[in-house]
Write a protein that binds this ligand. Sequence first.
Ligand code: ADP
Ligand SMILES: N[C@@H](CCOP(=O)(O)O)C(=O)O
Length: 292
Amino acid sequence: MRVRVPATVANFGPGFDVFGVGIGEPHDELRFRESDEWSINVRGFPVPADGSNVAVVAAKTLASMVGEEVALRMELKKGIRPRSGLGSSGASSLAGSLAMAKVLGVEDEELILKAAMEGERAACGSAHGDNVVPAYYGDFTVIESLNPLRVHRIPVDFHVVVVLPSVEIPTREARKVLPEKVPLKDAVKNVALASSLVKALQEGDLKTVGRLLDDRLAFPYRRRLYPWWETAKKAAIEAGAYGVSISGSGPAVFAIGEDVTEIGKAIAEAFNRMDIEAEAYITVAGRGFEWF
Ligand SMILES: Nc1ncnc2c1ncn2[C@@H]1O[C@H](COP(=O)(O)OP(=O)(O)O)[C@@H](O)[C@H]1O
Ligand SMILES: N[C@@H](CCOP(=O)(O)O)C(=O)O
């Protein structure tokens, strides 16, 4: 059996730890079957081929949550670069949890997602849900609460470009720079941005969505991790982007607009001018996992 889990754009501007959307590409693929002992084989981008792989962590977590002792043999085709800001650890975590769910016949969405979030915790120290939840549902998702898991889904299918520079930022490090408290005026601004963005998305008003791609909760503190930000942003806006932001904790940048191919080219060229290689993925937002 095989499952394909796409990359995700978490945060999506003002929705820190709350908003997320699956994108078709890049993606991870996991082939699996029940076995006498645990094993994992990795192709593609290098990630641990042992019990610390988040696919194994999430699968084991789900088994223990339902009180079963089952081992899996896994073959992971790692298509999403780790430390990319594209939900690389989230995709493999969800794949592992889904694999175990399939083998055990578990259908409880909350359990499957909670197990996947434990994979996230193993990767970066935080069991955030804004990568695994949208990768599961395949819609733009808004996480109202984790305990109990309450998610609001907005079906979307707009084009998006994601540009991934050849820079690595571990999510663990990007979370360490965040403060415990933020100024009230910044919290107020984020409420305004996030609530307006949800309304604009529901109305299919992409121009307004683009204008609202801003954040005062995490971005100001992470800004120093992205020394190339202003240059990349300027290139995107000059190429006609409605808006541009950091995907997850970065370094991937995503943008929406009329001509995402041109926008992607402009952002990638801006990185190249700063001597940073970059790869653009033109894709459609609103994609979730698939069995195949
Ligand atoms: N299957 C996996 N896929 C991605 N990362 C993994 C996997 N297994 C373990 N890891 C570890 O998780 C970390 C990457 O996670 P993270 O920093 O959250 O990246 P991303 O932002 O791309 O999800 C790395 O230390 C990586 O070695
Ligand atoms: N809300 C999280 C999202 C992390 O996404 P990733 O793709 O960088 O793992 C955060 O901003 O820390």
